[in-house]
Design a protein around this ligand. Structure first.
Ligand code: NOJ
Ligand code: CA
Length: 553
């Protein structure tokens, strides 16, 4: 029974921006009415939770992460009524909705900042972070170098410098101001009351930091506890999901020793090593990151595993040599790299549209311990447009059909141009064509998701990384009570035979959950599993039926 209460442990999360998903009223910008009409598609592939990127009022200079009003919906996407209709349809389908909460900074156009800058006695002055002189650290700590040059910019109206961790139009909030905290809870309460199931919290390491000129930037995690307490008081099964790209050793600070802070974190350490493994066939750093992240999480919390997101593929925490190796394979051209640390590309083109490698990557995503998150469009293998600015390269409209504008919009001009090249263009890559083809990547993915949802061991169980004779193959064992699974993923393009010995009677027979490739141990209990280049397997120990009836969940 408890399994249903921990819905987030077995969710399939799908991340999208309303602007680029489906335009219903024909103005070229996606909207809630359009998205509502696509929820059945999402339910059909097995998505159980939609993560909406910011859909609030915003000058939109950072994809909506520059908020100018936290209450309500930007008119670009529709009305609050459209949002409630969307929520109603999601609920009817049993789908959860998580929304972005940008609590670290506002837009410089937010009335709070406008008031703060124009009057030193404004009640909002102390909601932001000011300094009379330009602090000596002004050229450090930028998140978007070299596009962003400083973290302290002078505001003429205020006659002072203000702090901004991100772009200069995103002034940081002073999250230790009690009046701001009250407002933050009001914002959370507002969206919870409208039926959402939680928040994807933006920029959490910066949110909890003490800010100010000459202030030591120590992190004060009490804020997370307070937010959690408020959240759970208002809504018992809502969750907080953190964007915090930190080393595994720091994650417990975010989850809380007692699991009393955030329930979920995006697993950046594993993400970076997945791409390192895909680029080099060297799986060792991924093994280590998996072990370390599994060791640093409380019982009720959960990692969110992902391949690509709406941001750059951030490789900032690899060593320089490791990063260079990934760049050499996936971003050989300078224009593919960004912010001195990342790659602004989609998954399919990085993997050269090679179906074997795309299946390997997706199979891994759904086999990893944690909750999988998909980036919209990756389920059909969409491409990128490098002529667009910075991270916009991977944010082009969803490709629904081979009609004009990919069936995304009837407008002449769309919010971002559609991809129209011979390989990844919408005439070639679109939902409609793949829907009809049983062998398409879309239908393969939907089948995989269906299989995954039945694997209680993966989302609920204990996961171990096994050592075998094949270093390029990642072998995971997940167990829950009497049930156990083994998954294998071969990161090299050459075939490997993995030798494996498993304890217990069940370990003698491995039932393939995705194909008819079962394995029986020899007399001495050894399995010999032959994998093709980039091959993968999902096995359940014993027999599938027996496991299902014997497990007592
Ligand atoms: C993280 C978001 O994912 C990114 O898109 C945004 O630019 C920054 N936070 C600033 O809000
Ligand atoms: Ca529209």
């Amino acid at each position: 029974m408890a399994i249903d209460d921990y819905w987030y442990k077995n969710a399939v999360i799908y991340c999208l921006n309303v602007a680029t998903y489906m335009d219903f009223n024909g103005d070229g910008i996606g909207d809630f009415e359009g998205l509502s009409r696509r929820l059945d598609y999402l339910a059909g592939i097995g998505v159980t939770c939609v993560w909406l990127q910011p859909f609030y009022c915003s000058p939109n200079r950072d994809n909506g992460y520059d908020v100018s009003d936290y209450y309500g919906v930007t008119p670009r996407f529709g009305t609050s009524g459209d949002f409630v209709e969307f929520m109603n349809h999601a609920q009817a389908l049993g789908m959860r909705v998580v929304v972005d909460l940008v609590a670290n900074h506002t837009s410089d156009q937010h009335p709070w900042f406008q008031s703060a800058r124009s009057d030193p006695r404004s009640p909002y002055r102390d909601w932001y972070v000011w300094s009379d002189k330009r602090p000596p650290t002004h050229a450090t700590g930028m998140v978007f170098p070299p596009e962003q040059k400083t973290t302290w910019t002078r505001d003429r109206a205020a006659g002072q410098y203000y702090f901004h961790r991100f772009y200069e139009f995103q002034p940081d909030l002073n999250t230790h101001n009690p009046a701001y905290r009250d407002e933050l809870y009001k914002i959370m309460g507002y969206w919870l009351q409208l039926g959402i199931s939680g928040f994807r919290m933006d920029a959490v390491p910066f949110l909890v930091e003490r800010k100010g000129a000459g202030v030591k930037p120590v992190k004060d995690f009490a804020l997370l506890q307070e937010m959690r307490r408020f959240l759970q008081w208002r809504c018992r099964d809502a969750i907080l999901l953190a964007e915090a790209n930190v080393p595994p050793g720091e994650s417990m600070e975010y989850f809380g020793d007692e699991g009393d802070r955030l329930q979920m974190m995006l697993n950046f350490p594993v993400n970076q090593r997945i791409f390192y493994a895909l680029a080099t066939s060297d799986v060792e750093p991924l093994r280590r990151a998996l072990r370390e992240t599994l060791d640093n999480i409380p019982r009720d919390a959960q990692w969110v595993q992902f391949l690509r997101s709406h941001d750059e593929l951030d490789l900032g925490r690899l060593s320089e040599t490791q990063r260079e190796r990934v760049f050499a394979v996936f971003a050989a051209e300078r224009s593919m790299q960004i912010y001195n640390r990342g790659i602004r590309r989609r998954l399919a083109p990085m993997l050269r549209n090679d179906r074997r490698r795309m299946e390997l990557a997706f199979s891994l995503l759904f086999a990893l311990p944690g909750t999988p998150m998909l980036q919209y469009g990756d389920e059909i293998g969409m491409g990128e447009d490098l002529s667009l600015n910075e991270r916009e390269a991977t944010r082009t409209p969803m490709q629904w059909t081979d009609e004009p504008n990919a069936g995304f919009s009837l407008a002449k001009k769309t919010v971002l141009p559609l991809i129209d090249d011979p390989i990844f263009g919408f005439r070639k890559v679109n939902v409609n064509a793949q829907r009809r083809d049983p062998a398409s990547f879309l239908n393969w993915t939907a089948r995989l998701i269906r299989a995954r949802k039945e694997c209680v061991e993966i989302f609920w169980g204990k996961c171990e990384v096994l050592e075998t004779n094949a270093p390029a193959v990642l072998v995971l064992k997940c167990s829950f009570r009497n049930a156990a699974m083994i998954t294998l993923h071969n990161f090299s393009d050459s075939a490997h035979t993995v030798r494996l010995k498993l304890k217990g009677r069940e370990g003698r027979c491995l039932v393939d959950l995705l194909a008819e490739e079962h394995s029986r141990a020899d007399n001495r209990g050894w399995h010999e599993i032959a994998l093709d280049g980039y091959g993968y397997r999902w096995y359940r120990l014993g027999s599938a039926d027996e496991t299902l009836t014997r497990a007592t969940y």
